[in-house]
Design a protein around this ligand. Structure first.
Ligand SMILES: CCCCCCCCCCCCCCCCCC(=O)N[C@@H](Cc1ccccc1)C(=O)O
Ligand SMILES: [Zn+2]
Ligand SMILES: [Zn+2]
Length: 503
């Protein structure tokens, strides 16, 4: 090929090279030009030990977000000191600018050798939800290693990602790797209580600097195992959108009085009936709208008869599939706006009819609905003027990011999954049922991807915000490897040439 190019006129040579590269390619991996500067993701035993010890140390710092107003600020500050010490090469590199934003969050700007390339961003958060010791096999802030697992709050959500990103960069820099494409690392300190002091401030700062990102990667999905009956193979789900949210306070005010002569209805009774109606009346099933159709279409081939036929022909079997999805809380959350009664307060004394009863309901809004539509549905379901509705907080579902073969972020994730986890043959776009800090960055990019390169089973999912959260040492080392590869893949990525008929 090289000799041929020398004798062909330049334009023809470029075209020939184009088609030679595209023909027979099965994914972006085969499209990239791998230079000799690529560094293999092989780590010495000493490095492997150091990386797991660094994660354990991070878990031992109780960076708890209790509420929007209250967090363990001593621990948040200590965490900042900790990462500086654990990753000296990163924090002393003249390729990297480090800024503390919103007092405790961290923004690292990694200079690329080719500033004409559009930057991307790797995100994670290091605050955690509270954990009392009750029910834990080992204390939640001990970072103990047992049977190949590192235990503790934050092991999956999300200190693993904070540490893996910094660790991978540290190892690349130690090997004298110089990134070609600029990128940012944004580490939030208040994701668990909305991200307004961390991610939102970082985003505002980047906007003032006129930054536009090619894509970003945050937490929010995993390599899933045993989530779907009859699908034994693991599949990687890259979430391309995320549900919206609405926190609604329902309030009933009645005249207080003596409990010995109660009125026919009390504030507690009226409010209980209202929230019970909400719980008993699920929001409409929206299956068939949004990215879930593509998810199921791609999964269809992995099932045996007759599930493959059913999932492959949703135009016909949509009612059956949508019913089946409703049966399980996780798949139910993918097909509708969910309603969760989370707080209920009323009463001051056993013999006093209370004047005030309040309940808070947390809705997670399906990508094909809006906050306004959900409030209207709630009004119709409650259908009682004595129940006042107060919107405490709301945001719309996030836009759907592209997952086609021109979508750089999606393709890079896919390529890296294929090389680091060759056993994972299925990669699908999906919906994130929880919320992440990505929503603060919608002005910076349309490529918002949520993916943790970690295997997750349903019982592991329960440990996130629950008890006995843990990550296997092997999983964590693979996460470091994944980021190590991803950074290099971003440097060698070139957009695929559209197929001939699209030219
Ligand atoms: C076709 C079948 C597919 C099966 C899909 C199975 C999906 C299971 C994977 C679930 C992963 C979900 C990860 C969610 C990460 C959410 C992070 C989080 O907890 N965020 C908080 C943020 C928040 C929101 C509001 C106030 C304070 C904090 C959350 O509550 O969402
Ligand atoms: Zn998280
Ligand atoms: Zn969380």
């Amino acid at each position: 090929m090289a000799e041929l190019l020398v004798i062909l006129p330049t334009r023809a040579a470029v075209l020939l090279l184009f088609f030679a590269t595209v023909s027979g390619s099965t994914g972006p991996g085969s499209r990239e030009s791998r230079g000799s500067s690529r560094i293999p993701s092989q780590f010495s035993e000493e490095e492997r030990v150091a990386m797991k010890e660094a994660l354990k140390g991070a878990i031992r710092i109780p960076t708890v977000s209790f509420s929007h107003e209250e967090s363990n600020t001593t621990a948040l500050a200590e965490f900042g000191e900790y990462i500086r010490k654990a990753f000296p090469t990163v924090f002393h590199s003249n390729l990297i600018q480090h800024e503390v934003v919103g007092k405790y969050s961290h923004l690292l700007t990694v200079r690329g050798s080719d500033p004409s390339l559009q930057p991307y961003m790797l995100m994670a958060h290091f605050d955690v939800v509270p954990a009392s010791e009750e029910g834990w096999e080992v204390p939640p802030f001990s970072g103990l290693e047992q049977n190949g697992f590192i235990h503790g709050r934050g092991a999956l959500d999300n200190k693993n990602s904070v540490m893996a990103v910094l660790q991978a960069l540290e190892l690349l820099l130690i090997r004298k790797y110089s990134p070609k494409r600029p990128f940012f690392i944004a580490l939030g300190h208040d994701e668990e209580v909305s991200g307004t002091k961390g991610a939102q401030q970082i985003s505002a700062l980047l906007q003032t600097r006129g930054v536009q990102l090619a894509f970003l990667v945050d937490e929010g999905s995993f390599i899933l195992e045993d989530f779907i009956p009859n699908l034994k193979k693991p599949f990687a789900m890259i979430s391309v959108t995320e549900k919206g949210a609405l926190d609604l306070m329902l309030q009933v005010n009645m005249t207080p009085g003596h409990s010995s002569a109660p009125p026919k209805e009390t504030s507690i009774g009226i409010l209980s009936a209202a929230v019970s109606r909400l719980e008993q009346t699920p929001m409409p099933n929206m299956f068939g709208n949004g990215p879930l159709k593509k998810t199921l279409k791609l999964l269809a081939n992995e099932f045996s008869f007759p599930t493959n036929i059913i999932l492959g022909n949703l135009w016909l079997f949509r009612p059956i599939v949508s019913r089946v999805m409703e049966r399980n809380p996780i798949t139910n959350a993918l097909v509708r706006t969910t309603t969760a009664l989370t707080m209920f307060n009323a009463g001051i004394k056993v013999n006093v009819i209370p004047p005030l009863a309040q309940a808070t309901v947390n809705f997670r809004i399906h990508p094909s609905q809006t906050v306004h539509e959900v409030v209207e549905l709630v009004q119709n379901i409650v259908a009682d003027d004595r129940v006042q509705l107060h919107v405490l907080r709301s945001f719309e579902p996030l836009p759907v990011s592209p997952s086609d073969d021109q979508a750089m972020g999606y393709q890079l994730l896919q390529q890296t999954i294929q090389s680091v986890f060759p056993e994972v043959k299925i990669i699908v776009p999906g919906i994130c049922i929880g919320n992440t800090d990505t929503r603060h960055y919608v002005n910076l990019t349309n490529g918002l991807y949520r993916f943790n390169p970690v295997f997750l089973k349903p019982q592991d999912f329960s440990s996130v915000h629950g008890i006995n959260e843990k990550i296997s040492v092997e999983s964590y080392q693979n996460q470091v490897k994944f980021i190590f590869e991803l950074i290099q893949n971003a440097d060698t990525y070139s957009k695929p040439v559209p197929h001939q008929h699209e030219l």
